[in-house]
Design a protein around this ligand. Structure first.
Ligand code: 5AD
Ligand code: SF4
Length: 446
């Protein structure tokens, strides 16, 4: 019988992508990757350390797995990703039953490490690796048979004062366009018609190789058969008008932009070391508004509430930015102090417990207004016909299918047996909701 591996992923798209790649490596080593199992032969946990909570979750999870490992000593446990990078040996000291601890750059050597642990040797690899040493895109599981992620820049050099990423993912390193294009061509051949290029601050792509982001978008958009091209994440300090031009000129470049503002107060933006003011951020929004892409564009952002020294006036500025920017969605969280960061050096590593209720109130106020604006924005789509890439059954309602518009909005609709994941269908939007749309099928395409 085939050995079963469960891969658990916390965190961002970069992590999801890393998990897909590690899942592929496990499959090539004879494992079957399953969503869950009561008796797995391997559990791989891909961790995230951007905020403190996921880290606590890891400790709980490992404490639970200890019991399983006592019952089944052959079960292998791998901890990968940013917490692995951050904690290294401490993890094995605290949880000695863990077999492998690997940081984001060590994941490529997973197969080698499987051999070692089969010989009973535990492995820790938290070295940074400057090379992109193997194709970043391997086979994906069946649930990802139409959309793939491709990493184009690893690491981050922006050093926002709250953020641990530059310490756990290392320096910024770009791949070269020629190689990325070969990867994307390969993916299209395998049936992936939608690709998202990934980088923590993607507009800085190519600085280390004398290439640039606009050229990357131009080149990749020309790959035959690539219906949808998108990218994540855009840092406002490096965003340029040239990117807006790409949106206007490249027909398969999806009208979606994730532009994390993080805050709306100049004082807080400065303390966060973000490198732009609220006025500069709003200038980008004004440029987008006056461009041809605005009507179709889905604009999303990340927000941190409760950064040290945030007062009522700062929060007012944040709410004002929310009104003016008119986001489709915000990923908003309360600030969590992270080791090694400048903010911890300046303001200490303790959570501000006394002000927690105030921060929660601000977070809910922000999220409540965002929800209203999202609904208002989505309502403009009622009655509109949009092309949807089908992903499968809806999690909310198993009688319905779900897919995404080119701007990344989730659409749920009543299915038909001729519609399969990976196909494109024309859907008439019937009803808007804050986080998704409901629609009905017009006809089935390709
Ligand atoms: N506390 C809270 N949120 C954080 N993020 C990054 N670091 C922290 C932190 N210390 C958020 C930012 C970033 C997103 C990926 O996570 O908003 O854009
Ligand atoms: Fe973190 Fe800032 Fe880099 Fe984003 S740009 S990963 S928030 S340091």
């Amino acid at each position: 019988m085939m050995k079963k591996a469960v891969v658990l992923t916390f965190g961002c798209q970069m992590n999801e992508h890393d998990s897909q790649r590690m899942g592929s490596l496990l499959e090539s080593a004879g494992y079957k990757v399953v969503p869950c199992s009561t008796t797995p032969d391997m559990v791989l946990i891909n961790t995230c350390s951007v905020r403190g909570k996921p880290e606590q979750k890891l400790s709980q999870l490992l404490s639970n797995l200890k019991k399983d490992k006592n019952q089944n000593p052959n079960m292998k446990i791998i901890v990968a990703g940013c917490v692995a990078q951050q904690k290294g040996e401490d993890l094995i000291n605290k949880f000695p039953f863990v077999d492998v601890v690997i940081g984001p750059d060590g994941e490529e050597k997973l197969l080698e490490y499987l051999n070692q642990i089969n010989k009973g040797v535990s492995v820790i690899d938290i070295n940074f690796n400057n090379e992109f040493s193997y194709a970043e895109t391997l086979v994906m599981g069946p649930s990802h048979n139409s959309h793939a992620y491709v990493t184009v820049v690893k690491g981050c050099d922006s050093f926002c004062s709250y953020c641990i990423v530059p310490y756990v993912r290392g320096r910024e390193r770009s791949r070269i366009i020629k190689e990325i294009k070969e990867d994307v061509k390969g993916l299209v051949k395998k049936g992936f018609s939608s690709v998202t290029l990934l980088g923590q601050n993607i507009a800085r792509f190519g600085r280390d190789n004398n290439e640039d982001f606009q050229s990357l978008l131009n080149e990749i958009s020309q790959v035959d058969g690539l219906k949808r091209l998108s990218f994540l994440t855009s840092h406002p300090k490096d965003f340029s008008k040239k990117i807006i031009k790409c949106f206007e000129e490249l027909p398969n470049l999806c009208p979606m932009l994730h532009l994390p503002a993080q805050h709306g107060s100049n004082k807080i933006l400065k303390a966060m070391n973000r490198g732009y003011t609220r006025e500069q951020y709003l200038d980008i929004i004004a440029e987008l508004r006056s461009s041809k892409v605005w009507d179709k564009l889905s604009l999303t952002t990340d927000i941190i509430i409760g950064f040290p020294t945030e007062n009522d006036d700062d929060f007012k500025d944040l709410m004002d930015l929310l009104e003016r920017a008119y986001f489709d969605n915000s990923y908003s969280f309360i600030y969590s102090p992270r080791p090694k960061t400048k903010a911890v050096e300046l303001f200490g590593d303790k959570e501000d417990k006394a002000n927690r209720p105030l921060f929660t109130k601000r977070l809910l106020t922000y999220q409540g207004r965002q929800k209203e604006l999202a609904l208002e924005k989505n309502k403009r789509l009622e009655g509109v016909i949009l092309e949807v890439l089908v992903e499968g059954f809806s999690q909310k309602d198993h009688n319905k299918l779900t897919g995404r518009t080119s701007s990344g909005k989730v659409v749920n609709f009543v299915g038909d047996k001729n519609i399969f994941p990976g196909s494109y269908v024309m859907i008439k939007i019937i009803k808007a909701h804050p986080t998704y749309l409901s629609g009905e099928v017009l006809n089935v395409k390709s």
